[in-house]
Design a protein. Structure first.
Length: 262
């Protein structure tokens, strides 16, 4: 494994994370698969082109105090991480006024603090090696707020501020950052979203069911990483809303208020 590049993917048990794991494994990378779900990760691993070039590391984004130990073990067993893909997270389906503060805090803990905590655990090894690439799977909700997504959108906005700062600071260490803003992607993210009380949404929303395939999304992401892009939007027509908001804000607010929340 001396010359083999290593990619670590969180949220690898389904959706974009699964598709990226398959893509990088096929490209010859050693892939470390992480999420909370051991059986789901094993199923993903068994479907890889080269399952022998992969490993499973259980990781719960709510348990950031375990990350340094896990990271030390990963690096000791497999070597320095060349690409860290922070993909794991949780979505939301609940109006802001009725969502409990505990739910707000949990979403922020998983999507923001869990995300940056793993980066902080991996970063010293990248600094020492003077190379590395951190990929952050945000959301189009990280560009503007949307119905039923107040805490989710807030967590994704926070990621932009953190990682845009990080990419400036770590340029001197030859460490790249790519922020990815997916729109409607066909993944099961809505199934595990939490409502205003923290219960599981459990519904495959129309916006996900009719979105771009996770495989097509992963292809676009991988190409952007290879080109060392700092940020990309991924999706279909819905990503045009980002440009409309930037250049025609009044039109944006007229359009967005009529969009379906799910």
């Amino acid at each position: 494994m001396v010359d083999q590049k290593i990619v670590w993917v969180t949220g690898a048990s389904s959706g974009i994370g699964q598709a990226l794991s398959q893509l990088y494994n096929k490209a010859g990378y050693f892939v470390i698969l992480s999420s909370r779900k051991k059986e789901a990760l094993e199923a993903v691993q068994n479907e890889l082109n080269f399952p022998e070039n992969s490993a499973i590391e259980i990781l719960d984004l709510e348990q950031s105090d375990t990350f340094q130990e896990i990271t030390n073990r990963v690096i000791s067993n497999y070597g320095n991480i060349d690409v860290l893909i922070n993909n794991g997270g949780i979505s939301q389906r609940g109006e802001a006024f009725e969502t409990t503060l505990d739910v707000d805090r949990r979403i922020m803990e998983i999507n923001y603090f869990g995300n940056i905590a793993l980066t902080k655990a991996v970063l010293p090894s990248m600094q020492k090696a003077k190379k590395g690439h951190i990929v952050v799977i945000s959301s189009i909700a990280g560009k503007f707020g949307f119905y039923l997504r107040s805490a989710y959108s807030a967590s994704k906005h926070a990621l932009q501020g953190f990682y845009e700062s990080l990419l400036l600071e770590e340029a001197k260490n030859n460490i790249n950052v790519t922020l990815v803003y997916p729109g409607k992607i066909n993944t099961p993210i809505s199934m595990s979203a939490v409502n205003h009380e923290g219960a599981t949404h459990g519904v495959m929303d129309h916006n996900q069911a009719t979105g771009m395939s996770a495989e097509d999304c992963a292809q676009i992401i991988k190409k952007a990483v290879e080109k060392k892009k700092k940020s990309i939007l991924v999706g279909n027509r819905e990503i045009k809303a980002v440009y409309i908001k930037r250049f025609f804000p009044n039109l944006f607010w007229r359009i967005i208020k009529n969009q379906k929340a799910t």
